[in-house]
Design a protein around this ligand. Structure first.
Ligand SMILES: NC(=O)c1ccc[n+]([C@@H]2O[C@H](COP(=O)([O-])OP(=O)(O)OC[C@H]3O[C@@H](n4cnc5c(N)ncnc54)[C@H](O)[C@@H]3O)[C@@H](O)[C@H]2O)c1
Length: 391
């Protein structure tokens, strides 16, 4: 590089737009605000996340999987963000904690949650029968009534068998949808909207929520409902295989971290490492979290670390975005951005095609997979394999 070019701002910073925002006007839209003033630090990452979603993940009918952790539905984000995104065709499949789905039921059944304060006396709240999630408050009866609804519904004949959590949530969503219609509600429940739009919702740990607790109690009264977690693992891998084998991209939008993050990402190692099907990893990765990477925990693990596991396509790593922010800030902004910038998409209705989707990945696995150690094109250390399996 010549001395002149080394000092020439145009050459040195050619890839980097000048940071020189205009003042914020009176009636700026959320999308314009993000584009024009979210220029650095986690604001900058949020702008990149919004653009990644709008310009790379959503176009060309790319498959979008969304994972939900943290107390999002109690904060109203199911109604304010998830439902508009789902209705616009911007979410194709979901992995959620049971908690988010349980608390979604309160909205679907028209029960009241209140904006409170984190600084209340919990002993007094307990005495008065008030439950607190940080600054969200509700009556203890909300829990009791929601529990009773779950127990009542799962007594029906269609629940008396083993099923994937996607099927369980679809059936539950059908009942929430019906109850909502009776109550004159519209667009109030994620479960009911998923039922309407054919969006499969999985839970990675079905026993770990009040829904799972009620299902467990009912098993002691003779209920036949069981969760088929093998089906969930293969079904989610099937969805990603469906995307890749039909020439679509597979994107993951991760809110929080936790077990749903891994459940969504592990679809790729399930396809490659376990089933032995050639694949490169998810195409696009977007995470909003407060979790740090240096503890070794999965919640804070970066997309680069995910590349080493085969979870994310190494060629697409530069497009990945991690935004260290609270989902209660990020999700409404991302929702407003894509609803403004992207036209609604046709629903893929992956739930309605679940048997075909599973059959396709099963056929491929049975034709290329093995029980003994899988042959891979990846460079791995030479060592003896299948010890104890050969016999
Ligand atoms: N009544 C219930 O059913 C109930 C209630 C609460 C939790 N649970 C269960 O407990 C388990 C833990 O759930 P969880 O989601 O609370 O896990 P968690 O609080 O451990 O959160 C998981 C990850 O998301 C991150 N996170 C949480 N909130 C965030 C936010 N607002 N913004 C950005 N990142 C955030 C956390 O840092 C963490 O990395 C789940 O299996 C859940 O089903 C059940």
């Amino acid at each position: 590089m010549s001395r002149k070019s080394a000092h020439s701002p145009s050459r040195k910073f050619a890839a980097y737009p000048r940071l020189n925002p205009l003042g914020i006007g009176k009636s700026v839209s959320a999308a314009d605000l993000i584009d024009s003033t979210f220029l650095a630090y986690n604001g900058g990452r949020l702008r990149e996340a919004a653009r990644l979603l709008a310009e790379k993940m959503l176009p060309k009918s790319g498959f979008i999987g969304m994972s939900l952790t943290g107390a999002l539905t109690p904060a109203g984000l199911g109604k304010s963000c998830m439902i508009p995104l789902m209705k616009a065709g911007f979410v194709d499949w979901i992995v959620s904690t049971g908690a988010n789905l349980y608390h979604d039921l309160h909205f679907g059944l028209d029960m009241a949650l209140h904006q409170g304060s984190p600084f209340l006396d919990d002993v007094t709240l307990h005495r008065d029968g008030v439950i607190r999630i940080y600054d969200v408050l509700f009556d203890y009866n909300v829990l009791l009534d929601t529990d009773a609804f779950v127990r009542e519904v799962i007594q029906g004949p269609e629940f008396q068998r083993a099923m994937g959590t996607d099927e369980f949530h679809y059936l539950l969503g059908k009942y929430v949808h019906a109850r909502g219609a009776k109550l004159g509600l519209k667009d109030s429940s994620v479960l009911a909207t998923a039922y309407e739009c054919g969006i499969p919702i999985f839970t990675s740990s079905p026993g770990d929520s009040s829904i799972g607790m009620n299902v467990a109690a009912m098993s002691m009264r003779g209920s036949g409902l069981m969760f088929d977690v093998n089906r969930d693992v293969n079904q989610t891998a099937g969805i990603v295989y469906e995307a890749k084998s039909t020439g679509h991209t597979s994107s993951v939008v991760i809110l929080g971290g936790g077990s749903p993050k891994n459940f969504m990402l592990q679809t790729e190692p399930q396809i490659q490492e376990v089933m032995g099907i050639q694949e490169k990893g998810h195409d696009y990765f977007l995470q909003c979290t407060d979790a740090r990477p240096d503890t070794g925990g999965l919640s804070g693990a970066t997309p680069a670390e995910a590349v080493s596991w085969g979870k994310v396509d190494p060629d697409k790593l530069p497009d990945s975005v991690v935004c260290y922010t609270d989902s209660t800030l990020a999700l409404p902004l991302l929702t407003a951005y894509v609803l403004d910038r992207v036209k609604p998409r046709k629903h893929k209705r992956l739930y309605n095609r679940r048997d075909t989707i599973l059959g396709k990945v099963r056929d491929r696995y049975l034709s290329v997979g093995t029980v003994s150690k899988i042959k891979t094109s990846r460079k791995v250390a030479k060592r003896s394999s299948s010890i104890g399996l050969k016999s």
